[in-house]
Write a protein that binds this ligand. Structure first.
Ligand SMILES: NC(=O)c1ccc[n+]([C@@H]2O[C@H](COP(=O)([O-])OP(=O)(O)OC[C@H]3O[C@@H](n4cnc5c(N)ncnc54)[C@H](OP(=O)(O)O)[C@@H]3O)[C@@H](O)[C@H]2O)c1
Length: 230
């Protein structure tokens, strides 16, 4: 009888950093695979997935290809955040260089629903431009996306971050909210109300994890500047 290759245990590298990647690691381990999840090391206290974990960049596509080969992975799964583009591009190149098959598991984007007041933009600069003067803007963005808004000193910003920044942010007028997004829309709505938020700026990341803020904005009829992926 030929070997059952479909169900044979495999050595799998998951490019992670998302809730979906953690679920995937759990599932593959339960199926008997040997799983290593790779994290970029952006947050101080990441929720670690089941299985082996490695943290830090690979040194570009070539570095990732070398890692795949030397560690003898059978396959690689890209389960990174949809806005983490460089690592996804590197994964495609590394798969080509190393010959290790790549599977992409990128979440679908959110779709506008009745009651949503979205203004879709494709660049951070456009997101900053469309904000009206005097707005109190909740920035639900990673820290690497904030610079584009710094010049809008006619707006107030409420900036949510998982970890405290090492240096004060460059905004003329801002409040820092430390912590992860709540999964309960009521809590997100309470937060927006408490800070007098008039506009939400976020990325169309898809998935359930960040959707509570979208539901909260819908309930409060808040305009949302939605940064779409290309
Ligand atoms: N972007 C977001 O909004 C966001 C939100 C939630 C979670 N995340 C997670 O945070 C990580 C970093 O996001 P990013 O937007 O900064 O990525 P990125 O811009 O696509 O990647 C920048 C560099 O970081 C390293 N890197 C990224 N993801 C990695 C991973 N999973 N394992 C090892 N190295 C990784 C790579 O360095 P080398 O070239 O040296 O290999 C990559 O070239 C991703 O894993 C992503 O899933 C991102």
């Amino acid at each position: 009888m030929p070997p059952d290759t479909e169900h044979a245990p495999q050595k799998v590298l998951i490019l992670g950093g998302t809730a979906e990647a953690r679920l995937l690691a759990e599932r593959l381990i339960a199926e008997g695979h040997l799983v290593t999840t790779s994290l970029a090391g952006r947050t101080n206290d990441p929720i670690l997935p089941a299985g082996a974990v490695r943290i830090g960049g690979f040194g570009g596509a070539e570095g990732l290809a070398v890692y795949l080969r030397t560690e003898g992975f059978d396959r690689m799964i890209d389960a990174t955040h949809p806005f983490a583009r460089r690592i996804s591009e590197n994964a495609i190149k590394a798969a080509a260089i190393s010959g290790v098959p790549l599977e992409q598991r990128l979440r679908p984007r959110w779709q506008k629903q009745p009651g949503d007041r979205w203004r879709s933009v494709t660049t951070l600069e456009a997101a900053a431009e469309v904000l009206p003067s005097g707005a109190t803007v909740f920035l639900a963005l990673g820290r690497q996306y904030l610079d584009a808004f710094v010049g809008r000193d006619d707006c107030r910003f409420v900036v949510r971050m998982v970890d405290a920044p090492e240096m004060p942010l460059a905004f003329a007028d801002y409040t820092l909210v430390l912590g992860k997004p709540a999964s309960d829309p009521d809590r997100e709505a309470d937060l927006f109300t408490a800070y007098g938020v008039t506009h939400l700026v976020c990325r169309n990341s898809g998935g359930p994890a960040g959707y509570a803020k979208i539901l909260a904005a819908r309930r409060l009829a808040l305009p949302v500047v939605m940064l779409e992926r290309d």
